[in-house]
Write a protein that binds this ligand. Structure first.
Ligand SMILES: [Fe+2]
Length: 236
């Protein structure tokens, strides 16, 4: 079975991810070569980076699906959104206007890298109380949170799922980051490894090297959970 990439800025012209449909197709080709067969496109919803409407998101998704099909790339594409958490996000959820992960009850949330632990814990509580399950995007980025591994376990107990970036697993974001991610993986506190791809260049949808590492280091069962089984279980 192929990998499922649950965090990707592959839809063109919406945020700091893909700039054009051509670049999106290039990203799809790379993803396919890397063994990815399903992608949940998660453009930013963040003031200053982009807050596309549902109509625009759906239009871009259909456009990319069509182009992918014509190019013979057999990757299934779904819609999500990476919400930069702020009060307005709770309002969006309350109005039931949120673009969730492939239409599930899960919403991808990101925070300021320097955000306080208590703020993140409260946000998760808040989102959960509105009837949604948060997925914490690239948890390794939140410095305050990473200081206390117990917080990650607490977030999970509160109904959150945890995502880390493939690039962080293999050390592309520095030694400290890799070390932090390793600690979480060792205790099976991570639910998804995703690419968080932004381009076909420096931030391309690379998964294979990370996948090989996960299988070797953590065994088949956990590697498969991280790479596709959990996504299948929670989002589809
Ligand atoms: Fe992202």
């Amino acid at each position: 079975m192929g990998y499922i990439d649950v965090h990707s800025h592959i839809l063109p012209g919406l945020d700091d991810g893909s700039r054009s449909i051509e670049q999106s197709v290039e990203m799809l080709r790379i993803a396919w070569e890397e063994g990815i067969t399903k992608i949940i496109a998660t453009p930013h919803n963040m003031p200053g980076k982009g807050c596309p409407t549902i109509e625009v998101l759906e239009e871009r998704l259909i456009q990319l699906r069509t182009v992918a099909e014509n190019a013979g790339i057999d990757i299934e594409l779904y819609l999500g959104t990476e919400y930069y958490y702020r009060e307005e996000v709770s309002e969006i959820l309350e109005r039931e206007d949120a673009v969730t992960m492939a239409g599930s009850e899960y919403v991808l949330l990101e925070f300021n890298p320097l955000e306080e632990r208590s703020y993140i814990l409260n946000a998760v509580r808040d989102v959960y109380s509105l009837g949604y399950n948060p997925v914490i995007a690239h948890v390794e980025r939140y410095e305050q949170l990473m200081k206390k591994k117990e917080d990650i376990a607490a977030l999970k107990n509160m109904g959150a799922l945890i995502q880390v970036n493939a690039s962080s697993v293999i050390g592309d974001n520095g030694y400290r980051c890799k070390r932090d991610v390793k600690k979480l993986l060792k205790e099976h506190l991570v639910d998804f490894v995703a690419t968080d791809a932004h381009s076909a260049g420096h931030r391309a949808p690379r998964m294979e090297k990370c996948a090989a590492y996960l299988y070797k280091r953590y065994g088949q069962e956990y590697a498969e959970a991280l790479l596709f089984k959990n996504a299948e279980k929670y989002f589809f």
